[in-house]
Write a protein that binds this ligand. Sequence first.
Ligand code: ADP
Ligand code: MG
Length: 551
Amino acid sequence: MATGNINVSVENIFPLIKKFLYSDHEIFLRELISNATDATLKLKHLTSIGEASVEYGNPVIEIKADKEGKKLHIIDQGIGMTADEVQKYINEVAFSGAEEFLNKYKDSAKDTGIIGHFGLGFYSAFMVAEKVEIITKSFKDEPAAHWICDGSPKYALEASDKTERGTEIILHIAEDSVEFLEDNKISELLVKYNKFMPVPIKFGTKEETLPLTEDAAEDAKPETVTVDNIINNPNPAWTKQPTDLEEEDYKNFYRELYPMQFEEPLFHIHLNVDYPFNLTGILYFPKLSNDLQIQKDRIQLYQNQVFVTDNVEGIVPEFLTMLKGVIDSPDIPLNVSRSYLQADGNVKKISSYITRKVADKLRALFNDNREDFEKKWNDIKVVIEYGMLSEDKFYDKAKKFALYPTVDNSYFTFDELIEKIKENQTDKDGNTVVLYASDKEAQHSYIEDAKAAGYEVLLLDSPIVPHLIQKLEGDNEKTQFARVDADHIDNLIKKDEEKISKLSEEEQETLKTKLTEAIPAEKYTVQLESRDSNAAPFIITEPEFMRRMKE
Ligand code: ADP
Ligand code: MG
């Protein structure tokens, strides 16, 4: 038996770790399962390149809670550690065996999916445990080792009689952390952090009903069997090649990701890049009409299939945070503040890659099936309009597919619209005037009037529109937007055209006097005539600039 001091320069690092290393105590389980996964993937790699002559088999990671004994066990069948390796990897805090492994097998191990790299994950166990034991047997033919540490820098390392390969971590859960012994709590954490990790994770057993065979007797009862309760899907859709997936697979994965979400997504975007950074993932465009769900089901960020966060602010451009799905990248620095994240070169590249992919997908949908794209427009326009406003690169691409619907449900791109109206809707300064309504009901008379004059009237009713209009005007010289109820429309109306009023001359006179009294002439214009006999008897317009000032 050997005893010694854990190699750290501070007198007692554990209270520090407990308080400051991770703000969330619950992540200890994620860290320990990540280590168990790494140990398993390392063995897989070593057997595949012939450096370990053992049977890899079908390794499983098992989580066992012992409520009475107040112990939590994490058991793997990975490469294990010799006593020397425990000295090296565990007793030297902040020495990462994962990093060392990746350096040693640089080229061949690039895609093993090994998670660790800070060399601190293991010690997160002390956030919830007052004592931790490691019982481990290496795949190499060496005796098993048993390490015990009670949270002080003193540890004990002795021989163990463990015969099966792999590592068992035993956490003696501290009094203030007994919640982590509850099945419900453990399940919740496993689902949150480990749902898509690459090695099967077992937590207890469950009953499964076998389907009846076709020739079963009519009164046969279905048989139930007890099977391992595997909590994860080790091969989630985003890790596969797009060519290996059908539309249905993407929909199924969406349901897997958001089990409480019953609305199907409109379409998906499969992300897959390995240079100059590594990133995979699937983004979904949800129906954005359902506002409540937007808040709850957010894009989830993973690193090598380990859940990290569902706050992707700073990583994904803000307008795309309305989407759903997953992004998995080992190249996003995590233990740093959000503001630092935004300045990180890789993160910037990732953000613009995602923006580009989303724009390309939208463009493809538009080109391949315009009719369908028009049908979806109402559900996706918020994202696109918001993106056009906030990201110039996206704006440039979106110009080709962003749609402008008319009050009669025709859809134009901006260029198509200008082409269509430039002859007919020009004011005396030579500007092409784009007429739009923001409320079909309230502006009904104005709309009818403009239509009767042969003008196109857009229906732009989202709250972003006033800003988008400014952007479009700035970007297109000689283009002016005017809401149908603005005075601006008068500049368009050809003076020689006949206008009629519904009212008798006498009525017109009375009304005029009344209205002049009631309405300040410098703010509004009153007009009694119209080109459409069905229009209202009089309409009041407000100068476009006055209205914009109020917006
Ligand atoms: P990291 O995972 O970032 O390398 P950790 O503190 O999580 O750092 O773990 C330190 C090292 O301890 C690992 O790199 C690995 O070499 C070793 N280790 C931890 N858990 C296990 C395990 N279950 N099986 C084998 N080795 C392990
Ligand atoms: Mg680790």
